[in-house]
Design a protein around this ligand. Structure first.
Ligand code: ATP
Length: 355
């Protein structure tokens, strides 16, 4: 298995810059998720890596080798598309070995590889079935087996779960991740689903409007978002606009205590983000700002409870995992919410980049 790197890659469609100049490394054996909202350029980036789209500039290297001008069929990259793009008139086994047969592999070798791959994706019993006789999850596994048939150097998947229903999608994310780890294959997955990216990836590349906003392991991105876009796109956050003051940040008439953000002078406009699981209600913990609040809604979804509040600094959602806070909260109830000093992320204007 080999790592991949992009240097100064960008793509223009006429006057539209779909992907801004980008440098990225995809480490050997790692799974990287390209994550972002619709139209952010993630598919275009993946297609350039696959050789299906010519970059407007920059270079792609596979290990030491420059492959920028190498045609797609010579890249030895396995691809799984959103639609799976399987051949409906062929059996499961024929789909899996198709690329081997047309590339001249002997029938016996192709069949042996086919059996091994069907076993790997747990479809050993389904080799003779037609594609139309499979469920969505089984089709996805056929597409994965087919993409792996030529022992690719890199495995590329474009929204591989989008045709599956929610429950199956979650199961397949785990299955795909375990398979990828077992094979140790360098893998890039395009997704707009942050949970999917966090479930599967060693590293997430967050994109917006053609630009890479942040690159890092899932937990880093969640706990240390680089800017307000990332804090909003990955997980949930309460946001407040404020002004830096001595001792903290003033939001409306309340000063939220926090060490003065480095690099900000008094009077700077900032945006504050606070994850819903960080504030707490009716606690005497002194390490934070205590704010008056009133309950406006309670949502209990089983494993977690969201308490919606109207507070002195604006609306806020506080989330408790089951059993974390046993008190009952009802609409209209008055309470005190504490915002812990270290639970506040401060982003600068313009662009609301992180401090
Ligand atoms: P989605 O999740 O909706 O597939 P995406 O993040 O994958 O979105 P891209 O498909 O890469 O986004 O598109 C990025 C931008 O480039 C969009 O503004 C899109 O309209 C534009 N674009 C993509 N392909 C072309 C094309 N062939 N010609 C012109 N513009 C294009």
């Amino acid at each position: 298995m080999i790592g991949l790197s992009l240097k100064g890659i960008h793509k223009d469609f006429g006057s539209v810059r779909a992907v801004e100049t980008t440098d990225l490394d995809f480490a050997e054996g790692e799974l990287t998720a390209l994550l972002g909202p619709s139209g952010c350029g993630k598919t275009t980036l993946l297609r350039m890596i696959a050789g299906l789209e010519d970059p407007s500039g920059g270079a792609i290297r596979l290990g030491e080798r420059d492959i920028t001008a190498l045609p797609a069929h010579k890249r030895r990259f396995g691809m799984v598309f959103q639609s799976f793009a399987l051949f409906p008139h062929l059996s499961v086994r024929e789909n899996v070995v198709y690329s081997l047969v047309i590339s001249g592999t002997s029938k016996q070798d192709a069949m042996d590889t086919g059996e091994r791959l069907l076993d790997l994706v747990q479809l050993k019993e389904f080799g003779d079935r037609r594609i139309g006789e499979l469920s969505g999850g089984q089709r996805q596994r056929v597409a994965i087996a087919r993409a792996l048939a030529q022992e690719p150097d890199v495995f590329l998947l474009d929204e591989p779960m989008s045709a599956l229903d929610a429950k199956l999608r979650e199961d397949m994310q785990v299955e795909l991740r375990l398979l990828q780890q077992r094979l140790g294959i360098t893998t890039i997955v395009v997704t707009h689903d942050q949970r999917e990216a966090m479930t599967m990836a060693d590293k997430i590349v967050v994109m917006s409007r053609g630009k890479v906003e942040q690159v890092g392991p899932p937990q880093d991105i969640y706990h240390r978002p680089a800017n307000a876009f990332v804090a909003d796109f990955i997980g949930k956050a309460n946001f407040y606009d404020g002004v830096v003051e001595k001792g903290g940040v003033r939001v409306a008439d309340t000063v939220l205590t926090r060490d003065p953000p480095a690099g900000f002078i008094n009077g700077s406009d900032v945006r504050i983000a606070c994850r819903p699981e960080t504030p707490y209600l009716d606690s005497n913990d002194a390490n934070g700002t205590r704010i008056k609040a009133k309950v406006t809604f309670v949502r209990d979804v089983g494993p977690a409870r969201d308490i919606h509040l109207e507070t002195e600094i604006g609306p806020m959602i506080v989330e408790y995992a089951r059993g974390e806070n046993q008190r009952d909260y009802v609409v209209g109830q008055e309470t005190i919410v504490t915002l812990p000093t270290d639970g506040l992320h401060v982003f600068a204007k313009p662009g609301w980049a992180a401090e």
